[in-house]
Design a protein. Sequence first.
Length: 232
Amino acid sequence: MSLPDVIQLGPFLVKMSMLIRVVSILLAFASVHLRLREERELKKTIWEIMSGGILLGFVVWKFSYILLYPSKAMEQPASILYFSGGDRGFWLAMIAVLVYLVVTVRKREIPIPVFAASLALGGWTAWAAAFLLTWAVEGQDGWYSVQQAAIGILFLLLVIRKWKTLTNAVHWLNLLMWFGISQVYVAFFSQEHSPVLAGLSREQWLSYLFAVLAWILVSRARDMGGASHEKK
């Protein structure tokens, strides 16, 4: 039995999907906190950067509606409170967050491998939690959500296991390649799967290209490593 899409918390009405996202983000922060519990200063800095990135992403995604639909925003200013930039706004937010992370990490001189591993740890924690809660609370797209949660948990465990070896770019690229492949597979079970070419949806093609790009970079990195090893 699924719960209502909107619940009331005191005087506020909260969408269940938004509540799931908030809980998932909190769990992501908790996982990073536990992993870096012995490195207080580094943990504090990474928390600040991740918090800033999440806030920036939300603001850009929410208010990109003004940029993408200026006429509607001018005609009905109140619509800004109820609508967001949708998928295009999401990608604008991702670009803004990526730029913010690159600039901030370089400025604060944080070890990139540690920050990347922390980001992956939190990201896959949130991924697994979001899909698991979606399945448990909303009861829709069950098999798809369960598999996505399992994928998130698997990659989360891989990050924890290989924490000290993730300074190697090849290990990162391998993780990203297999994650891309997993998304091509699991999308077949989504109720929103809509093939556009050769039985694959747009999202599957993007995941496939992402995996191929990661594989090419892995091959190049290994060739360069092999070449440098031979010269020695």
